[in-house]
Write a protein that binds this ligand. Structure first.
Ligand code: MCN
Ligand code: CUM
Length: 818
């Protein structure tokens, strides 16, 4: 497979990845432990307590406030006419019948937007994307025009009455064919090519040399297909333009409300202080609520033009067919080893199918996300990675689905390659990993593609996983079963994640540097309000941020109200994705608390008539060293801050912190999966799955377990079930849950979880992110288990999703039948 014969020209600048120098001391050897650190009593519930989520009573009772719960007086409803073609010229749009329908207020087309220069918008990756088309459509189910009516059902009926005349064009659905430039997807661009960009990382010459000297080389092509997040809540907006105030108030399913506000201000020209974005409760984001979709823009424009609130909520099929996709990487990888079975180098060439626009939500410097983390947990001399991106007639997107900016693809590749090489060499995959891991003593570790891992202990996690599952006994059982002709496989994945964007020096979204924020106000009676620049979509921030502040200040977590998502009140932040909330805003929570604690010390010294230096902190109070009975609690200090503060100090007890992390955090884990395969049907049954995760210090073990359970199920999904399928005309065949398969409780195994704890040396509370680790780590463990069961039959690789049909065909090819 050669997907890289021709260089440029490209639509967007090609790049060689570059990493700025890390500040000294941000990565180091850190001891690993197993016991969760708890320093506060249950009444306080700081870090480490299994506190039940504060948000759950309202969610469980159906009292959440989601987008579709927002109902404003006089609100109109929008629905969208979508294209039945993947590629077609628009000859005419006749909206007269729709407009004649009672209750229909307006139909908005691309031409209407063109008059305001709003028919195109920038994507978060500095590409451009149609809001509504004027000349042609470029993907199936593309937004063609919008109907606004007094009622949701009237709008839906009127959509059916809009007559659009198309002249179908040949679509290009295969990204390899797209590189031929016979059919041009984006003829709006000056350069007539489907090549979007070329990117590379690592050292090509050093890698070529390592491969020349290698004793063993394995090579494998793999495709990670397009998949789609299936949040319970689809995307939507309520836009409410008040002309008397000149203010645009927007309720929006947004994982990044501040960033979206800035983008709206820049695109629309509405001053930023006149735009308020409120992200209410969100029913799952998983990355799908980071991009700006055409529907959002049209809804806001409709409210602006009509002067009334307008609501738009996608239905399930619209969500499945047209929203941002994930993956779609065609990977050709080679892994080299010396004669002793020590990995020496990795070479990867990748073709990325971007759809009709590069609308991923990556930091600008990283068009392929953090894909270059692909040397994973293994020490090697050299690596070289390239990605070529191509336009096709599919919806834009490219990152969403619990992925930490493409780490899912990187980890799938390296974990599959490691297994293939181990099997080829006849070495047990666990032993092979142990031999090739970056050893704990090698930290601070600089990877061949330029990352500096903050801390880690890979053998520790794998050993714990092996001991827990009883690895040697399983291998024995497998050998016995194989002798009887039964198919059982054991798969390992020892992944390294990279989360916490980011150090501002290297990470930005559309030029906005990445950091995050916390603002804490302690009220006179010792209760507190804390606001953040991130936005929970189900991750439990209302609980866990309160626990971080409780840890630092000794205020009970139940006395701390956490708020996110309203740009008029929350401090500026970049939002929640890429498991960045703990590494960034979580750190800001600790740092803002420490500012408050420092002021509290001054107040305590004043109240106790001692010097600040004579005081020491004890859970929730400043006490006099040597006489702990002379103390002031944080609550007493808070009251004094407003009633009896030292004359030289300002009143109040508040602090804000904008935290710019010195490095990313590198959580990791080892997963082991056991599968049994039915020889008659090819069905894969996941018998056991053990996940040992290391996310540094744990804030709330209950929440982390919840994240891991959900994430593992979202890893099982693409491994065995999910994929978006198009026919040769570009029609999406997976637009309902009857065709787009999700695992239910029936298909999911009983997840067994555990942890090791290797704190982050640079994070104020030693925590790393965890939200995406299980989705990153699980698919290769499952795929490796399936191939492990079939290797003796000559099967080297099966692309995910590993459907019964694919396994059955492999069995038939190997002459196995039941
Ligand atoms: N946590 C902890 N101790 C740690 C690390 C994390 O207790 N050492 C807790 C945190 O306090 C937080 C939760 O675990 O409550 C997740 O934290 P983190 O790993 O920082 O991730 P984010 O909060 O930034 O969440 C984003 C991540 C992403 S990118 C996707 S995609 C995803 C995921 O979270 N989407 C989710 N998990 C999700 N869970 C739900 N229910 N819904 C989604 O949309
Ligand atoms: Cu890549 S999905 Mo999460 O980063 O919102």
């Amino acid at each position: 497979m050669t997907n890289h014969q021709h260089e440029g020209p490209y639509q967007l600048p090609d790049r060689h990845e570059f990493h700025s120098e890390q500040p000294a001391g941000v990565s180091q050897q850190v001891p690993t432990s197993e016991s969760i650190r708890v320093t506060t009593p249950p009444e306080v519930s700081g870090m480490g307590h299994r506190m039940k989520r504060k948000e759950d009573p309202r969610f469980i009772q159906g009292k959440g406030n989601y987008l579709d719960d927002v109902k404003l007086p006089g609100m109109l409803h929008m629905d969208i006419v979508r294209s039945p073609y993947a590629h077609a010229k628009i000859l005419s749009i006749d909206a007269s019948a729709a407009l004649a329908t009672p209750g229909v207020i307006a139909v908005i087309t691309g031409k209407d937007l063109e008059a305001h220069k709003l028919h195109w918008m920038p994507t978060l990756m500095s590409d451009t994307q149609m809001v509504l088309p004027v000349e042609k459509v470029v993907y199936y189910a593309q937004e063609v025009c919008a109907v606004i009516a007094t009622d949701r059902y009237i709008a839906a009926d009127a959509v059916e009455k809009v007559v659009v005349e198309y002249d179908p064009l040949e679509p290009v659905m295969d990204p390899f064919k797209a590189l031929d430039d016979k059919v041009i997807v984006r003829d709006d661009k000056e350069v007539k090519t489907n090549r979007v960009w070329h990117w590379e990382a690592g050292d090509k010459d050093a890698t070529d040399k390592v491969f020349k000297d290698a004793a063993h080389v394995v090579k494998q092509y793999m495709h990670l297909p397009r998949i789609h997040v299936s949040s319970i809540e689809t995307c939507g907006m309520v836009a409410n333009y008040d002309s008397s105030m000149g203010k645009m108030q927007i309720y929006m399913t947004s994982q990044a409300p501040h960033a979206h506000r800035t983008v709206f201000a820049l695109v629309s020209g509405i001053p930023e202080h006149k735009i308020q974005i409120i992200s209410p409760d969100i029913g799952g984001g998983f990355g799908g609520k980071v991009p700006v979709y055409p529907g959002y823009v049209v809804c806001a424009v409709a409210s602006l033009l009509l002067g009334k609130p307008v609501k738009w909520v996608e239905d399930r099929s619209e969500n499945l067919q047209a929203d941002s996709f994930a993956r779609d990487y065609h990977i050709t990888a080679e892994l080299a080893a010396d004669k002793d079975g020590k990995i020496t180098g990795l070479r990867v060439n990748t073709l990325a199918d971007d759809g009709c626009a590069d609308a991923a939500a990556n930091p600008s410097k990283f068009p392929a996300g953090l894909y270059s983390i692909c040397t994973g947990s293994y020490d090697m001399k050299a690596a070289h990675v390239t990605v070529e991106a191509a336009y096709t007639n599919k919806p834009p997107g490219g990152v969403a689905y619990r992925c930490s900016f493409r780490v899912t693809e990187a980890v799938h590749m390296i974990e599959r390659m490691t297994d293939i090489l181990a099997h080829d060499l006849g070495i047990d995959p666990a032993e092979f990993r142990m031999k090739n891991f970056i050893r704990p003593a090698q930290f601070p570790y600089k990877s061949p593609t330029g990352w500096e891992y903050d801390s880690g202990n890979y053998p520790g996690a794998l050993k714990k996983a092996m001991d827990t599952i009883g690895y040697q006994a399983l291998r024995k059982e497998q050998a016995e079963k194989r002798a009887r002709g039964e198919l059982m496989g054991i798969g390992i994945s020892s992944f390294t994640e990279v989360v916490g964007a980011g150090p501002s020096r290297d990470f930005d979204i559309l030029g906005i540097k990445m950091f995050d924020s916390a603002e804490i106000r302690v009220h006179p009676t010792g209760k507190a309000l804390a606001r953040f620049g991130t936005k929970s979509q189900g991750q439990g921030h209302e609980t866990t941020y309160a626990q971080i502040i409780a840890e630092e200040l000794g205020l009970p977590a139940s006395d701390i109200q956490v708020e996110e998502g309203d740009t008029d009140t929350a401090p500026y932040g970049l939002g929640t994705y890429a498991s960045r909330s703990t590494p960034t805003a979580g750190a800001a929570a600790a740092m803002a608390s420490r500012k408050i604690k420092a002021k509290a010390r001054k107040i305590a010294a004043h109240l106790l008539e001692v010097k600040e230096d004579d005081l020491e902190w004890n859970v929730n109070k400043w006490q006099v060293k040597g006489s702990p009975d002379k103390a002031k609690t944080i609550q007493e200090i808070a009251f004094a801050a407003y009633t009896n503060h030292p004359p030289e100090l300002e009143a109040g007890l508040e602090a804000t912190d904008y935290y710019n992390p010195p490095n990313l955090t590198f959580p990791f884990g080892s997963y082991i999966c056991v599968v049994d395969i039915d020889k008659g049907t090819g069905e894969v049954h996941v018998r056991r799955f053990i996940a040992i995760d290391d996310c540094g210090n744990i804030i709330n073990p209950l929440v982390v377990e919840g994240q891991v359970h959900g994430g593992l199920t979202m890893g099982l999904a693409p491994a065995l079930f999910e994929q978006i399928v198009y026919d040769e005309n570009g029609t999406c065949l997976t637009g309902t849950f009857a065709d787009y398969l999700l695992p239910t409780a029936v298909e999911s195994p009983k997840w067994e979880t555990g942890h090791t704890i290797t704190p982050s040396p640079h994070h104020p509370i030693g925590a790393k992110g965890v939200g995406e680790s299980p989705t990153v780590g699980a698919p290769p463990a499952i795929a490796n288990a399936v191939v492990d069961a079939l290797w003796h039959l000559g099967v080297r690789h099966i692309d995910i999703p590993i459907t019964p049909e694919k396994v059955w065909k492999a069995l038939r090819a190997a002459g196995v039948s039941d």
